[in-house]
Design a protein around this ligand. Structure first.
Ligand code: THU
Length: 136
């Protein structure tokens, strides 16, 4: 990923954060996905008065890319309003492992902290399609 892509993706994640619907936690998260075709998909977390129905920004962005028939995900940037970068929740790690296994994951905060990790860093020894395939 080029420096330009990086800057664009960071800006997109910040924009996505503005679209979060987080009236309950007031913890707005932004995510941006870059696909191999060069398109960028945004996602903010979307909460619900029935709290468990909430969906994280990462999954909104990834599902949006898949809904647009993009299957090759190059990078996923996530920005959180935390003092250091935050790391995706367990459910998002599971989804990232399957939908964006080759992606570069950029974890960002609002103050310029950043950390780059892989899906494998986030979910070593995870359950995946290969286990289901064993059934034949
Ligand atoms: N959240 C995300 O969107 N992504 C994360 O990586 C961590 C948590 C959301 C879920 C919920 O709306 C709020 O942040 C507080 O947990």
């Amino acid at each position: 990923m080029s420096q330009l892509d990086y800057a664009t993706l960071r800006a997109a994640a910040l924009e996505a954060r503005q679209r979060a619907y987080a009236p309950y936690s007031r913890f707005s998260v932004g995510a941006a996905v870059l696909s191999a075709s060069g398109r960028i998909f945004l996602g903010g977390n979307i909460e619900n008065a029935a709290y468990p129905m909430t969906i994280c920004a990462e999954r909104v962005a990834l599902f949006s890319a898949y809904a647009a028939d993009e299957r090759e995900i190059v990078a996923l940037a996530v920005v959180t309003p935390t003092s250091d970068v935050a790391s995706p929740c367990g459910a998002c790690r599971q989804v990232i492992a399957e939908l964006a296994p080759q992606a570069m994951i950029l974890l960002l905060n609002l103050e310029g902290a950043e950390r780059i990790v892989t899906p494998r860093d986030l979910l070593p020894f995870g359950f995946g399609p290969q286990q289901l395939a064993e059934l034949g």
